[in-house]
Design a protein around this ligand. Structure first.
Ligand code: C2E
Ligand code: MG
Ligand code: MG
Length: 731
């Protein structure tokens, strides 16, 4: 029996020998999970082991001797599913005299499986029997690991295939696609076959900025997603976020890539950006973006020692289109205006819309020194004026307009963008005030005035609630010297500013609308006073004249407000006289007359204040339900010295008499003035000659001291005037 293939280990048990090389080998073999065998299959088909290595002990719970004695004990352990295959592979190897390499399971105990590999060679002996010599090894660990691997690969594969996000594996060197999932096929539009014939380069498209963005190979382990623009089968582009992972694919370096389509998200982000920073109508930057750009421009210009300018552009009469033709027409004008402004400046200049018809242009690179730069800004403003002066053709109408432009320069000193914008804005308002189609440059003096005004406005808002407003009473006197009443005049006692002159705060109250609550307070206070006086015989006949401002008078419920003040206080309406000015009445004469008539019907009288200073028209004077004309004090002042003033005053008195109106002269300061007026038939007087506007107690005290005045004409009375001594200063 040839033993050449089992060289190192004796095939038969032999008596113990002293430890030599063979003993050591045997000891080692016991520990290694493998064992040698020699198996003979006789002509009768029965198997007999010629040798079983002791190493079997490390693999199966059976001794070599036992197997040798009864081979069936080992055969019985073979997994039933593997028996047939094992026989077949053995028979084939025997027939072909080839190697027998196989792996099979044995079950040495219930629930226990051991994987064995067999590697043997068959020799046919002279007696026809077959001799197998070889070895078996325990490969359970490897088989389990492979099974686990196969299992996890299967799971990965499922994840890959069923992933709703497009995924593929491509060769890391050739970039050829090696496999793609269904989502990639669906999203990109190429069939799987077409995909596998392409490389990654076929998908890539340079980004909108031309950069070949998003090479996933540049990433490290897919931690940072890169973005790329990919071309779809239909030619359209999508933006993708790529995450990738290196792997080995059939032994080659490859990369698994996940391509998340972010096109819609990016579009939404862009939309959000657009809404936040751009005017939805014109698409021009809005105030937020403008401020941002202006900040950068101011910083850049100052850094570069250059000059820039901000132009605030406002369309004159835009409100008219909006009011008369509706908002769609207004929008159309704005769109055309925006386009004209845009075309008028360089691409690097910012054009923004702040809302309404207000546009802002930032000119960042003006050549030359400060003066030359201002000249360039002026030229730009002129150009804008020209293009905006052209008619706007909108649906079924042609709109003619002009623009008012305010310019503020920047660059010489460190200044905040917000301030530059404010300067340009205030210059624009000055341009508007100067008339249509005007350009104005900002100058600091104007700014100071504006700031002062803003502070005054803040204070005025508090004045009423904090009780800083008072009324002064200025006597109105008849020729007999009898005080017939008083004009109430507002006084603002500011805690810090002191006495603020009415001419400083009344126009402001008018502009801001504060005159409405303030005027109401005056009216109510006057009515309460009249009601109080009615209880006293000495004061019962007194009248009060109350000044009414245009804004106040135009309130739709003005009549009701007056009536309520009267009824709430219980004052006699015939004791109340409202002073209106001509300019107030000119606005909407029919509405004015209606209001006056309503109040006249309840007994309230009207006086036309500052008469002679406006564009008095006799035709409407006739229509107004007036009781009294009040000659402005500018005519009274020079009445004794200026012949034309004297003539005017005489004319007014004569005209009033013809119209059946009484006349009162205001600003009477001297006996000469008084004498002249009396001589020409003026029936009532008001002025320092009789008394300055004073607090109520002083006014009431002065009532006792009255005496006839007209006869005393030659003697100047001012010094001896009973109320002059206690007068509060007017200004
Ligand atoms: P006005 O209604 O024409 O009031 C007459 C102004 O002439 C008052 O100035 C008065 O103090 C002043 N005045 C009276 N006599 C003389 C005089 O002999 N010489 C000179 N130089 N001035 C005299 P005031 O009080 O400063 O008021 C100015 C204007 O403020 C008033 O002009 C009136 O338009 C407005 N105003 C005052 N109080 C009110 C009010 O309660 N409501 C409204 N809406 N306006 C008021
Ligand atoms: Mg008045
Ligand atoms: Mg007046």
């Amino acid at each position: 029996m040839p033993r050449r293939s089992l060289p190192a280990v004796p095939l038969e048990p032999s008596p113990p020998r002293p430890q030599g090389a063979d003993d050591r080998l045997r000891d080692i073999a016991r520990e290694v999970p493998a064992f040698l065998i020699e198996l003979r299959q006789g002509a009768d088909g029965r198997h007999r082991f010629g040798y079983v290595g002791e190493g079997i002990r490390a693999v199966l719970p059976i001794e070599a001797d036992e197997v040798m004695a009864d081979p069936a004990r080992l055969f019985a352990m073979v997994h039933p599913e593997d028996v047939d295959r094992l026989r077949a592979t053995m028979a084939r190897a025997g027939r072909e005299q080839a190697r027998w390499d196989d792996e099979f399971r044995v079950c040495p105990a219930p629930e226990r499986v051991v994987w064995l590999s067999i590697h043997a060679r068959c020799t046919t002996c002279a007696d026809g029997s077959q001799l197998w010599q070889g070895w078996l090894a325990d490969v359970t660990e490897r088989r389990l690991a492979q099974a686990a691997l196969a299992d996890s690969e299967l799971r990965h594969r499922k994840l890959f295939d069923a992933n709703p996000i497009p995924m593929w594996v491509h060769d890391r060197l050739t970039l050829r696609f090696l496999c793609v999932n269904d989502a990639a096929v669906a999203r990109y539009g190429w069939s799987r076959e077409a995909f596998l014939a392409m490389t990654l380069v076929d998908l890539r498209h340079p980004g909108p900025d031309g950069a070949e963005a998003g090479d996933p190979q540049a990433q490290d382990g897919g931690l940072r997603p890169a973005t790329a623009h990919h071309r779809l089968h239909d030619g359209s582009l999508i933006e993708v976020e790529l995450s990738s992972q290196p792997l080995t694919w059939n032994g080659r370096p490859a990369r698994m890539v996940m391509a998340l389509d972010v096109t819609a998200r990016r579009r939404a982000e862009a939309e959000i950006q657009r809404l936040a920073y751009y005017d939805p109508l014109t698409g021009l930057p809005n105030r937020r973006l403008l401020t941002d750009r202006l900040r950068q421009a101011v910083a850049a210009v100052i850094r570069g020692g250059r000059h820039g300018a901000v132009l605030c552009v406002d369309l004159d009469d835009f409100k008219r289109v909006n009011d008369t033709r509706g908002h769609p027409a207004g929008d159309e004008v704005l769109l055309q205006a925006a386009a004209r402004i845009r075309d008028c400046v360089r691409t690097e200049d910012t054009v923004a819309r702040l809302g309404g018809d207000e546009f802002v242009v930032v000119l960042e690179r003006l050549e030359g020194d400060a003066r030359q730069a201002a000249a360039h800004a002026d030229e730009a403003a002129q150009r804008l004026m020209t293009v905006l002066g052209r008619p706007f053709d909108i649906t079924d109408m042609r709109f003619h307009s002009s623009a008012s432009i305010g310019v503020a320069m920047f660059g010489t000193v460190d200044v905040r963008a917000e301030d530059v914008l404010m300067h340009a804005d205030s210059a624009m308002y000055r341009a508007k005030a100067a008339g249509r189609g005007t350009i104005r440059f900002y100058d600091p003096a104007m700014q100071v005035a504006l700031q002062t005004r803003a502070a005054l406005e803040t204070d005025l808002r508090r004045a009423l609630s904090e009780g800083q407003l008072r009324l002064a009473y200025q006597a109105q006197v008849e020729g007999s010297g009898r005080t017939v009443g008083a004009e109430v005049l507002l006084r603002w006692q500011h805690p810090v500013r002191g006495q603020v002159p009415p001419m400083d705060f009344i126009p402001l109250a008018e502009e801001t609308g504060l005159i409405v609550p303030i005027g109401q307070w005056v009216l109510e206070t006057a009515c309460t006073q009249l009601a109080g006086w009615a209880r006293n015989a000495k004061t019962r006949a007194l009248r009060l004249s109350v000044n009414v401002s245009a804004r106040q008078f135009r309130q739709p419920d003005f009549v009701q407000r007056v009536e309520r003040a009267l009824s709430d206080s219980g004052a006699d309406p015939s004791r109340l006289r409202l002073e209106l000015t001509e300019s107030l009445l000119l606005d909407n004469i029919n509405d004015c007359i209606a209001k006056m008539q309503s109040l006249q019907a309840v007994g309230v009288g009207f006086s036309l204040d500052d008469f002679g200073t406006g564009y008095s028209s006799l035709s409407y004077l006739k229509r107004l339900p007036l009781e009294e004309l009040k000659i402005d004090r500018s005519f009274i002042r020079d009445i004794a010295t200026d012949p034309s003033d004297a003539v005017i005053v005489q004319t007014i008195i004569g005209m009033a008499r013809n119209l059946g109106l009484t006349v009162i002269a205001e600003g009477v300061e001297t006996a000469e003035q008084l004498a002249f007026l009396d001589r020409h038939g003026c029936g009532a007087f008001q002025g320092w000659y009789f008394g300055r506007p004073v607090p109520l107690p002083d006014f009431e005290a002065s009532l006792d001291a009255h005496e006839p005045v007209v006869q005393a004409a030659p003697v100047p009375r001012q010094a001896t005037s009973p109320v002059a001594a206690t007068a509060v200063p007017d200004r």
